[in-house]
Ligand binder design. Structure first.
Ligand SMILES: O=c1ccn([C@@H]2O[C@H](COP(=O)(O)O)[C@@H](O)[C@H]2O)c(=O)[nH]1
Length: 273
């Protein structure tokens, strides 16, 4: 999916919500455990209920890899289900990969050729040759970690060099030599609020993937106030607050209602464009 198609979807659905498929077998409703593949059954129900209100899904690989082969199969089935039934959805593998060049090339093959995903989160720490192998795919996206939502973001990302540049700013600035706003996005946590203003000074046109509303307490209004640009420029993720909003047989209906609530707040923000 290219940037224009993504923006068209956002306008059409009046939403820039990404539903996080962080599916934990220990948290899914007990009646699903009798299914042959409980994780896929859960994902399928969540997707069917939330798809009208979102433009993206973000399975986090940790939740699937923790189950070994069964988890990978559930992940693969989920991607196939989305591609077949909801081809307009932008699918992000949150895997935070990145390694020496030839190894990154294998990760790229896994997620962009074998698994048919639109985007992959990548860690910038190993530099240019660890990121560029992901950038050679048409209409596929690298989502580089810039300023994350967790407390530990202060340990490295917010530290300054001798010229006063913060590490996350260096990541944003330097990585523009490798990619552009048609193949690269950045992760910025919703918990970082007004920092979006500084980020937009360096990357005014790029899309930002924003986790941290919902369970982590970030403010959607603040993110929009400081982070929105003329093509929206935001994909805002919520995982636990939507998918685990209810643990009964009504879990999918309630997840759909939660997604709709967020979508309605987003529609208000999009009217300001
Ligand atoms: O800075 C980051 C980067 C990634 N994440 C991931 O996003 C979701 C958030 O889940 P919630 O349940 O909505 O809190 C999860 O997969 C994280 O690993 C992040 O939170 N912050």
């Amino acid at each position: 999916m290219n940037k224009q198609e993504l923006f068209e979807n956002i306008k059409r659905k009046e939403s820039f919500l990404c539903v996080g498929l962080d599916t934990d077998i220990q948290k899914i409703p007990s009646h699903l455990l009798k299914e042959e593949d409980p994780v896929f059954a859960f994902n399928k129900a969540i997707i069917d209920a939330t798809a009208p209100y979102c433009i993206a899904y973000k399975p986090n690989l940790a939740f699937y890899e923790s189950m070994g082969v069964k988890g990978w199969l559930a992940f693969e089935k989920t991607i196939q289900y989305l591609n077949k039934n909801y081809p307009d959805q932008f699918i992000i593998a949150d895997a935070k990969r990145g390694d020496i060049g030839n190894t990154s090339a294998m990760y790229a093959r896994t997620f962009f050729e074998e698994m048919q995903l639109d985007a992959l989160t990548v860690a910038p720490y190993m530099g240019e040759d660890s990121v560029t192998p992901f950038l050679g795919y048409e209409n596929k996206w690298v989502i580089l970690l810039a300023l994350t939502s967790n407390k530990g973001s202060h340990d490295f990302q917010l530290t300054t060099d001798t010229e006063g540049e913060r590490l996350f700013e260096k990541v944003l600035r330097k990585s523009q030599e490798w990619g552009n706003d048609q193949n690269m996005m950045y992760v910025v946590g919703a918990t970082q609020g007004h920092m979006f203003e500084d980020i937009r000074k360096i990357v005014p046109n790029h899309f930002l993937l924003v986790p941290g509303i919902g369970a982590q307490g970030g403010s959607l209004e603040e993110v929009c106030q400081y982070g929105m640009n003329s093509t929206c420029g935001l994909i805002v993720n919520s995982s636990r607050a939507i998918i685990y909003a209810d643990s009964t047989e009504s879990f999918a209906v309630v997840a759909g209602e939660k997604a709709r609530e967020v979508q309605q707040q987003m529609a208000v923000q999009l009217k300001k464009l």
